[in-house]
Design a protein around this ligand. Structure first.
Ligand SMILES: Cc1ncc(COP(=O)(O)O)c(C=O)c1O
Length: 417
């Protein structure tokens, strides 16, 4: 075993690459990222030392790393009862159900191990309830990586499978738009409903606030009009809050910025539900959807349904969001970030920036990939795609953290121009 000065295994990356795949990559292109420890909004790597975690791992470590309360909740559950059959009643499951009810305003949840599986079950539930099959999504949308979900969504990650998938039903993205020239999305949804026939459409599935496909603020009428069109045609409105939920945008759920007090019929949650401390996601449904299954069989199930340790992680994470007021923190720190990014744009360092809470996209005038290593060398892990950087730190960052992060980004960008 090779050893670094602090005793960490320098051969670990090669050992792991030999026998485990890395995701979304040609294996020989994967760059080493050996995480040694983590705390709050940062993690320490063998390669670059301490890094600001601007991806919150996979946009999921909302409360921050190694939070003692989550660890205590999970440890207590492991000691009390670490495994249980899907239909067993347990205090931790009842507790989580009540918390989800309180924060989503919806009625009953079906819990899965990951977000794609939750979307998959949302589609199944929508089809069972309506007896219809088509699922409408935005042209630029990501809802997960399983085949049925890739089939209905619009993200480029479906391309390698495209010829195996059934046709999808997309509406236009709600941008670009100005108050004077509303986008074509409403017309495209109306036209799609008319063309396909409302009696064939089970649901309209939309991301609460679109993640890696844009972080574009929709026009204010986007959600209310989608809600009204769904109501008019007996179509279910499904809100995918996997990325944007649990405080990421400065509200519990992103649709609260847009839906004006209305709720979707179903909401899909994941990622920040447990802050990534254990695998758990779910679909939470309104009372009228839940009522369908009072007498009709729910044809959905999983071996690790509502896993007790994952439920403990979710309860712990929600408790931390509440007690430490991290959602208000995300909103306020997001304003600091907005002001600093506006100044960077005015200084010509970036092309534009847009976002909500602590969910931001920064557009550059050049490909972002070559900058990634430079940011890492200076102490920040910054995810990117094309010309865009994503800034999504854990919700526990302070104003001083935000200023340190932006100073670091600005210095690297100024140096690179
Ligand atoms: C909006 C959205 N939906 C669904 C998913 C899929 O979740 P998972 O990766 O947990 O399967 C993701 C993951 O990035 C997402 O961002």
């Amino acid at each position: 075993m090779g050893e670094s000065h602090d005793g960490a295994d320098t051969t670990l990356f090669e050992r792991q690459r030999e026998h485990l795949f890395f995701t979304w990559s040609a294996q020989r292109d994967v760059q080493p990222l050996t995480i040694v420890e983590a705390a709050g909004p940062r993690f320490r790597t063998l390669e670059d030392g301490w890094l600001w975690d601007l991806e919150s791992q996979v946009y999921n470590v909302n409360v921050g790393h190694r939070h003692a309360h989550l660890q205590a909740r999970m440890t207590a559950q492991i000691q009390e009862l670490p495994a249980a059959a899907p239909n067993a009643a347990l205090p931790i499951r009842a507790e989580l159900g009540e918390l989800l009810r309180r924060h989503t305003g919806l009625h009953r949840a079906f819990l899965t191990t990951g977000g794609s599986e939750a979307t998959e079950n949302a589609i199944k539930i929508a089809r069972l309830v309506t007896g219809r099959s088509k699922i409408v999504t935005r042209r630029s949308s990501y809802h997960g990586a399983t085949l049925a979900v890739l089939g209905v969504a619009g993200d480029a990650r479906k391309e390698p499978y495209a010829r195996h998938l059934a046709p999808a039903f997309h509406i236009d993205d709600p941008y670009p738009w100005t108050p004077e020239t509303p986008s074509s999305w409403v017309r495209s949804l109306e036209a799609l409903i008319e063309r396909e026939g409302p009696e064939t459409i089970a649901a309209v599935l939309l991301e609460g606030f679109t993640g890696t496909n844009g972080m574009q603020l929709p026009p204010q009428d986007f959600w209310p009009r989608a809600r009204a069109l769904c109501d008019a045609h007996g179509i279910l409105l499904i809100d995918d809050e996997i990325f944007s939920g649990f405080g990421r945008t400065g509200r519990w759920f992103a649709h609260e910025h847009f839906l004006g007090g209305h709720t979707p019929d179903m909401m899909i949650v994941g990622k920040g539900l447990t802050s990534g401390y254990a695998p758990l996601a779910g679909v939470v449904v309104a009372e009228h959807v839940a009522a369908h299954f009072d007498t009709n069989k729910l044809w959905c199930g999983l071996t690790t349904y509502a896993h007790p340790v994952s439920c403990a992680a979710a309860v712990g994470s929600i408790e931390v969001l509440e007690r430490e007021q991290l959602i208000a923190n995300a909103r306020d720190r997001g304003e600091t970030l907005r002001a600093r990014l506006t100044a960077m744009r005015e200084a010509g360092l970036i092309t534009s920036a847009r976002g909500l809470g602590l969910m931001w996209l920064v557009e550059l005038d050049r490909p972002a990939a070559p900058l990634h290593a430079k940011f890492r060398a200076q102490g920040a892990y910054v995810p990117f795609r094309g010309h865009n950087l994503f800034l999504c730190p854990p919700l526990c960052v302070t104003d001083s953290d935000i200023n340190t992060i932006v100073d670091l980004l600005a210095a690297v960008l100024a140096d690179a121009t």
